[in-house]
Design a binder for this molecule. Structure first.
Ligand SMILES: [Zn+2]
Length: 341
């Protein structure tokens, strides 16, 4: 979306090998079995131990990588703290397992922890029923609906065990890591209370999924909060980051390469969502549209099952935003919400 970003590191660390990107800050890259095929974790030297930000998906291959890391990459020092940026399973997945294996303390925000527990409390049947009802009312039907809703509570399976008694971080908190202060910033929209960590001394931002260099973070509306407006939440919290942090900030994202150019990136993301909103509104002016009808307007490509679920969330998110701005109205016809402008 933007060609004004600078990428100071062109080499990518092989999995299970750390690469130093700033004083005491190491980049770890773990594979993911999705279209988005990797996640970056950030390992921070912390006195006589280590803090890690994010953990990888809760599956055996990631546990294997962690075992080799603990044996070979931590200089025989213990992992003492695990910070989870947000509830998504590639970030939270192994937090509880690492707590068990190493005794590390887990830190997360209250909002992410509350959502984690409410999702995990849902049985397979409840999850399928809620998803079928919600996505069905937005026009996803037949085989597509069966594939997206048909697997039950998949989340629960890739975040077990959960951390037992995590500590909580909130916006404005300061964490001292290896004698240096990191300030907690909180983003919204991609997840309820997403933690970002900023090291003031050398302008470093661990951004998680809140700011990514080449892809736009997924904005999802959940069945439990069907009228949420994550687009406005996301855009507002991105603008706050842009306005509070210096332009030469080195952004360490959870996916893609470290980059400089935070303002340009935030502006490009804000423009992207403005354009998506305009496109959706224009389509709704031609004829009433369901969120499903709008997938071809928003995504001009073939979507696998996981992408289809993300895309439905994104479509509903933009419709909810337009509705709150008074730019579209909706009417339920034959059980399906149709939006017109
Ligand atoms: Zn995420």
């Amino acid at each position: 979306m933007s060609n004004t970003l600078a990428y100071p590191f062109s080499e990518i660390p092989p999995s299970a090998i750390r690469m130093e990107v700033a004083s005491g800050v190491f980049w770890l890259r773990f594979p993911l079995p999705f279209a988005l095929d990797h996640i970056n974790l950030w390992l921070l030297r912390d006195g006589d131990g280590w803090t890690v930000v994010d953990t990888g998906l809760g599956v055996r291959p990631s546990q294997k990588i962690w075992k080799s890391l603990i044996g070979e990459q931590l200089d025989d020092l213990p992992l003492t703290r695990v910070i989870v940026t947000h509830y998504h399973p590639d970030h939270l997945g192994l937090a509880g397992w690492l707590e068990q294996e190493t005794g590390a303390e887990v830190l997360i925000s209250r909002g992410e922890w509350a959502l984690t527990n409410s999702i995990c409390d849902s049985t397979d049947t409840q999850t399928v029923d809620r998803l079928r009802h919600f996505l069905g009312s937005h026009g996803l039907l037949g085989d597509d609906l069966n594939k997206v809703a048909g697997k039950g509570n998949g989340f629960r399976r890739v975040v077990q065990p959960l951390p037992t008694e995590p500590g909580f971080l909130a916006a404005g908190d300061t964490l001292c890591i290896d004698g240096k202060n990191w300030i907690v910033h909180v983003g919204c929209g991609h997840s309820p209370e997403h933690l970002c960590l900023y090291r003031h001394e050398d302008h470093l931002l661990i951004s998680g999924d809140q700011v990514l260099p080449t892809i736009s973070s997924n904005l999802n509306v959940r069945a439990s909060e069907p009228d949420a407006d994550p687009v406005t939440d996301f855009v507002d919290s991105l603008k706050a980051l842009r306005d509070n942090l210096p332009e030469d900030t080195l952004v360490l994202p959870a996916h893609g390469l470290p980059f400089r150019g935070l303002r340009a990136r935030v502006d490009a993301l804000v423009d992207h969502h403005d354009e998506q909103l305009d496109r959706v509104q224009a389509a709704c002016q031609q004829r009433p549209q369901s969120a499903f009808d709008l997938l071809s307007v928003l995504f001009n490509r073939k979507l696998d099952v996981q992408q289809l679920m993300f895309a439905m969330g994104e479509s509903i998110a933009h419709l909810n935003c337009l509705m709150l701005q008074g730019r579209v109205q909706r009417e339920q016809v034959d059980g399906i919400w149709r939006f017109s402008a």
